[in-house]
Design a protein around this ligand. Structure first.
Ligand code: ADP
Ligand code: ZN
Length: 201
């Protein structure tokens, strides 16, 4: 029997709430791939330019150069055929198209590393992450620390008023919360001390 030595592609997903270390973990895996002398390309959505327009940046300020794309399809157009490892950060911003793109890349022999939020500000599964989790070879769920009680946190708590699915922001607009402390949606403004007029505190 022949031994197959051609490398095959696969999909690895890292998911969890904000502040749980998804970007750090993605950067760690990509750095290791570079150490192994693999050819790496990194992408992030144009939507997320909170810290840098041409780097992925973790909340702990780890950084890695990345290419910015507006749609998942654009990733295919920008792939160098020699690339072996493709990293994608903030994947929940790409929408349903990312599922087909990730599968095509993996089918063509590339190692696809995907990081993204698995739930939204209401605690609902955040497309396209659920489908990617089903199709992936490997999945990792990262947890943050609940900012209320210190327990492991799986939720992203929105602190500002908006019913839009996507409101890009970091510290001050969102915080990590555990299952018990999470308030789906936006906590009522009167429970937030800082939102009260000074004379009522
Ligand atoms: P993610 O990509 O999941 O938003 P990052 O990788 O950008 O997470 O940031 C993780 C880092 O954020 C941690 O190593 C820590 O330094 C910092 N951090 C800030 N708040 C929290 C929190 N509530 N729980 C855990 N880490 C936090
Ligand atoms: Zn808690």
């Amino acid at each position: 029997m022949d031994i197959v030595t051609t490398p095959i592609g696969w999909i690895e997903v890292v998911c969890g709430p904000m502040f749980s270390g998804k970007s750090e973990e993605l950067i760690r895996r990509l750095r290791r791939a570079k150490i192994a002398r693999k050819r790496v390309q990194v992408f992030k959505p144009a939507l997320d330019d909170r810290y840098s327009s041409d780097e992925i940046v973790s909340h702990g300020d780890q950084r890695m150069k990345s290419e910015v794309v507006s749609t998942a399809q654009e990733i295919i157009g920008k792939i160098d055929w020699r690339t072996q490892v493709v990293g994608i950060d903030e994947s929940n911003f790409f929408g349903a198209d990312l599922v087909d793109v990730a599968c095509r890349l993996a089918d063509s022999g590339k190692q696809v590393l995907i990081a993204g939020l698995d739930t939204d500000y209401l605690g609902r599964p955040f497309a396209p992450m659920p489908e990617l989790l089903c199709l992936a070879e490997s999945i990792t769920k990262t947890l943050a620390i609940c900012m209320r009680c210190g327990n492991p946190a799986k939720h992203t708590q929105r602190l500002v008023e908006s019913s839009d699915l996507i409101v890009v922001g970091a510290a001050g607009m969102y915080e990590a919360r555990c299952r018990r402390c999470f308030e789906a949606g936006v906590p009522k403004q009167e429970v937030l001390e800082f939102a009260k007029p000074a004379h009522t505190r």
